[in-house]
Design a protein around this ligand. Sequence first.
Ligand code: ZN
Length: 476
Amino acid sequence: MEFEPVIGLEVHAQLKTKTKIFCACSTLFGAPPNTHTCPVCLGMPGVLPVLNKKVVEYTLRMAVATNCKIAAESRFARKNYFYPDLPKGYQISQYELPIAEHGYVDIEVNGAQKRIGITRIHMEEDAGKLSHDPDRPISMVDYNRTGVPLIEIVSEPDIRSAEEAGAYLRQLRSIVRYLEICDGNLEQGSFRCDANVSIRPLGNEKLGIRTELKNLNSFRHVEKALHYEIDRQREVLLDGGQVVQETRLWNPDAGRTFSMRGKEEAHDYRYFPDPDLLPLVIDSSWIQRVKANLPELPDHKKERFMTQYNLPGYDAGLLTADRDLADYFESCVEQFPHPKQVSNWIMGSLLGLLNAADISIGDSPVSAADLARLLTLMDEGTISSKIAKTVFDEMAQTGKPPSQIVEEKGLVQITDTDAIDAVIAGVISNNPKEVEAYRNGKTKLMGFFVGQVMRETRGKANPKLVNDILRKKLEA
Ligand SMILES: [Zn+2]
């Protein structure tokens, strides 16, 4: 029997505001435990929350960028449950009247476009952080994160595979980073994802029983966990069993999911409107302002790169996935107007370098201006393309400008015909057997001769001149 997975994702993105959602405490990551707290975020009696306007502004940006309908009036609600990292005994979230609903984003998987619906986006506060001592029966709680603003982005169950889930998450992350509302850092937990997964016989409309997966803190883990869970549910059903509705934890080391707890329903939380916070009213002029100030988003930038720079879709998609990388490309092209060549160098040498060192484009040791200068040196014939790779590696290690490296190391290309002539004459007289074979029709030996000349000149001879002169002499 064929089954079809049905997947919906809940993404929590931490907003990059300076202060928390309902108090003036700092949101800075990495401070000593419990130093960014006050009576409001510690949930002392008698305190009153005051909504941070920036949180609403950032949420509106995301809502507009994902084509959502924005509610003229929305409400905050209390989600009641006890947990040691939640000092009030409830979390302030939004429930019946969220700020935004009915949006979508477009994704691309294996060249095919697909639209994923967004059910809702709402604002809420984060909880604190527990750490458990492995040696003693002690747990510690840090309330610095309590009250840090989050948006939760809930997708429709439109996703049909682990690959689509990965593409959707990458697209959302790209958008929040373009909007500069969230740093999208999965390791530090500022961009997190839970997945609801069920499967149903292919062609069936009725949804199967779902499980919720937690602890998916990298894109790779999301895809692996979904593959695992889809297979697990399929086996349960094929064995004649039933999937149990529950929350399951992904364990990356074991490569499988484990049952964590029975899945709670919304009514278990006894939501009710928070009496301490007024209804949130958003006038249309605010939404218009947000729309007018939105940056160019990844989809549009990709299309513009394809038309303006005549780049293939693959190049444009890769270069625009990250806003800083797109800016780097454009700054480089401004100084060296050969877009495809710039794109090749960025996708090959530069991204190879950044990935190997595990650093972002912002920390690249090779600036856009220096890459443009390197490509100019090559274009003018000062250095060969082979030498350019060597110079690039040296730039990556030392941060020196390319012209200085070329000068210091004496890498200027030999374009003097007489000098190349002399080297070629030597190569021909040293390899009589190969010369004879070539003249008898074994023209594949051309590569051998070019290699010999390049070795003699340590890669500095102009390859085009070498080829031309060699051919002339061999075929004379
Ligand atoms: Zn506070």
